[in-house]
Design a protein around this ligand. Structure first.
Ligand SMILES: CC(=O)SCCNC(=O)CCNC(=O)[C@H](O)C(C)(C)COP(=O)(O)OP(=O)(O)OC[C@H]1O[C@@H](n2cnc3c(N)ncnc32)[C@H](O)[C@@H]1OP(=O)(O)O
Ligand SMILES: CC(=O)C(=O)O
Length: 520
């Protein structure tokens, strides 16, 4: 028997978050993935809410979940309606899930001002709905909405609602910090009081992140005896989101020694899967699984982690499926450069003059506005040049761009002319594109294609522009970051100039140049 169960509500509370939408098929795919990862409960949605959720539960019956139990979510019966006759409750049973989770009102304010009924009727709604679902063979999880606010406003009333759920036969009483305003010490104290009051029914926790404390609050509840933790992958959810399972699970398992899932090393992949399916960008600075969670930038740190990784890493990155990365920037020391050169297959001895020269160049260029953190391709070119491991594949002699806007409904035209020289052979090409940079990109490839047919497969996949502030009346500069791709490989290059087109050109040329260096 586990001491803490993980209850995932990504498919229900997660979808209450702005910008997080899932199709029925998306939900089925995420449910399968969560099951394979090893969570204990998957809350699939609210069958009474919309046709998509009804359809989801119909299709979910075909899922062959190996471990997780599927839960349908809904509310207690309406006031003054017989539970057998409440259409929402009927739909919860028709979902035919082994688990049904219902939420009820713990805060008297909500009983009188939102439900507009009496405290006695509210308790009857809770007790009767739980009992009806239990009678129909369901494991019933009871979510005590606004429990902490309700408890602080009137502990007697809040506890009486929990007692009603326990009397109805709920398998777990989940205390919800619905508005996300409770602090960890309060959570621990109130959870401990609930354990003393109702020691025979397991307690769970459901927290929201309005004070950036959802994970801390869940941990406090576990310390006070909670045995079920509810949350969502990547913290998606209503307003600022829910308790982030990608943080709370490794904290429980790796820090507190509470085994919650069998394959924690798949956590990062799960997090990316959910982002990708919902078409959301990955949060780079996410704890444990973010791209920067083990990215070392400061020269001192890089020096130390090469000697002993745990000197600046709180866990082994691979234990959550992440990895250490070393960034090169103006804050680097020689250790950063040595490591990069080694990763590129050009190892350098500590103290080598080339390492010092590369470092100086990086610092000078960053002072001019370059940034190599996301431009590993341009950094590689710089290192190759300094180490004499570079052959110029082409000379870009000149380029010209133009943009024509018509007022008669004709689509605007962006045009670029590019002249390059390869082995003293001149190639002049012209191309049109969706924008000036697109036209330049097409014209450059067209010019180089006769000499390097392999560049036909290189694609420009991302283009970012940042205006860098000018100092003391100097002109503002533009930094352009480009990401190129070939096969499964991607690389970033950077260009900086007073002129956005020139900055783009520099980054474009570096992108193709690096590809050809690596091929040669
Ligand atoms: C804390 C939480 O996150 S709970 C989950 C919240 N999630 C959602 O609301 C998403 C899904 N919701 C929906 O699709 C819709 O709101 C539905 C289908 C459930 C209900 O839609 P409608 O019947 O049109 O009602 P509407 O949403 O306007 O209002 C909610 C009603 O439920 C009542 N209600 C709220 N909580 C409860 C409860 N625990 N038990 C019984 N009734 C409740 C409210 O009093 C209100 O009824 P009233 O206006 O007659 O007083
Ligand atoms: C039940 C729920 O989602 C909440 O109280 O936040």
């Amino acid at each position: 028997m586990k001491s803490v169960y993980i209850y995932d509500t990504t498919l229900r509370d997660g979808t209450q978050g702005e910008g997080f939408q899932l199709s029925g098929l998306d939900k089925l795919r995420i449910a399968e993935r969560l099951d394979a990862f090893g969570v204990d409960y998957i809350e699939g949605g609210w069958p009474g809410s919309n046709p998509k959720d009804v359809e989801f539960f119909r299709e979910a019956k075909k899922l062959k979940l190996k471990h997780a139990k599927l839960a349908a979510f809904g509310s207690t019966r309406r006031a003054n309606v017989k539970v057998e006759e409440d259409p929402q409750v009927r739909l919860l049973l028709e979902a035919e899930t082994p688990v049904v989770t219902i939420f009820g009102k713990s805060w008297e304010l909500h009983v009188t001002d939102i439900l507009r009924t009496t405290v006695e009727e509210n308790q009857a709604m809770i007790r009767e709905t739980v009992a009806h679902l239990v009678k129909n063979g369901r494991e019933v999880v009871y979510d005590a909405e606004h429990f902490f606010d309700g408890y602080k406003d009137g502990a007697g009333h809040a506890l009486a609602t929990l007692k009603a759920a326990a009397e109805g036969g709920a398998s777990c009483l989940v205390l919800c910090d619905t508005n996300g305003g409770t602090l960890p010490a309060e959570v621990e104290e109130i959870c401990a009081a609930v354990r003393r009051h109702l020691p025979d029914t397991p307690m769970g926790i459901h927290t929201h992140n309005d004070c950036e404390l959802a994970v801390a609050n869940a941990i406090s509840a576990v310390r006070a005896g909670a045995t079920q933790v509810q949350g969502t992958i990547n913290g998606y959810g209503e307003r600022t989101g829910n308790c982030n399972l990608t943080s709370v699970m490794p904290i429980l398992q790796l820090k507190m020694g509470i085994e919650v899932v069998p394959r924690m090393e798949e956590l990062r992949a799960l997090s990316h899967f959910v982002d990708d399916i919902s078409n959301n960008p990955h949060f780079a600075r996410a704890a444990f699984i973010g791209r920067t969670a083990f990215a070392h930038k400061g020269g001192m740190h890089v020096n130390a982690v090469q000697k002993l990784a745990r000197s600046y890493e709180h866990i082994v990155p691979a234990s959550v499926g992440n990895e250490q990365t070393i960034l090169v920037s103006e804050l680097s020391g020689q250790s950063n450069i040595l490591l990069k050169a080694e990763q590129m297959g050009m190892p350098l001895a500590k103290g080598a003059p080339e390492a010092a020269a590369i470092l100086t160049k990086v610092k000078e260029l960053e002072n001019e506005g370059y940034s190599f953190e996301a431009a590993g391709g341009s950094l590689e070119l710089l290192i190759r040049r300094e180490l004499g491991n570079y052959t110029k594949p082409f000379e870009s002699t000149e380029y010209h761009t133009s943009f024509r806007q018509y007022r008669d409904g004709h689509k605007p035209v962006c045009e670029a002319t590019v002249k390059v020289s390869v082995n003293n052979e001149i190639e002049l090409t012209v191309a049109e594109g969706n924008g000036v940079v697109n036209a330049l990109d097409i014209a450059l490839r067209k010019a180089l294609l006769p000499f390097y047919p392999e560049i036909a497969e290189v694609a420009l996949v991302d283009y970012k522009v940042r205006i860098l502030d000018g100092h003391d009346a100097t002109a503002a500069k533009t930094r352009v970051l480009i990401v190129s791709a070939h096969g499964g490989e991607t690389w970033g290059t950077v260009g900086v100039s007073d002129n956005i087109i020139e900055a783009s050109w520099l980054a474009l040329v570096d992108g193709i140049d690096l590809f050809l260096q690596r091929k040669s």
